[in-house]
Design a protein around this ligand. Sequence first.
Ligand code: FES
Length: 164
Amino acid sequence: MSGRDPHVAAAPFPARLVAPGASAAAFRAALPVADLPLGGLRRVSFDDLDVLLAHTTGGLVAVEDRCPHMAVPLSVGRLEGCIVYCPLHNGAFDLASGDPHQMPSVGGLNPDGSPSAPWSPSGVPVKADVQGPKFEARRLTRVRRFRYFPVRVVDGAIEVAIPA
Ligand code: FES
């Protein structure tokens, strides 16, 4: 029998955070569901769009494979539950809500524009920042919320709605 797979399903996401054009887009095959076990992260590219597929405890999620901070690929990070950890600045982001879970250690702006101070893990003193263009770039970088691509599972394959 063919059709939707009832065992692995798309995770719900906030409707306001759907990627532009994705709610009316055609679904395209991404990869077999067997290739993305629970806790897995994979990059799948559609033309020049790199998509992060994540198998969270809430279900399957597809977002751009770019950290909401400075755009490095989250597919080389790690996933715990619904939280994806960026390998670059200790940022952590909630794939269920689209919001930051832990702001990057270099600080910057929260999604609402409010400032977030730099921090260090494990009691290590915060690095003294040298004023200048790099300092300003870090201070003024706003962490985005994720934008989501609808996902479904059909005949054992993960499909993602990708805008043309
Ligand atoms: S690039 Fe991901 S936390 Fe900075």
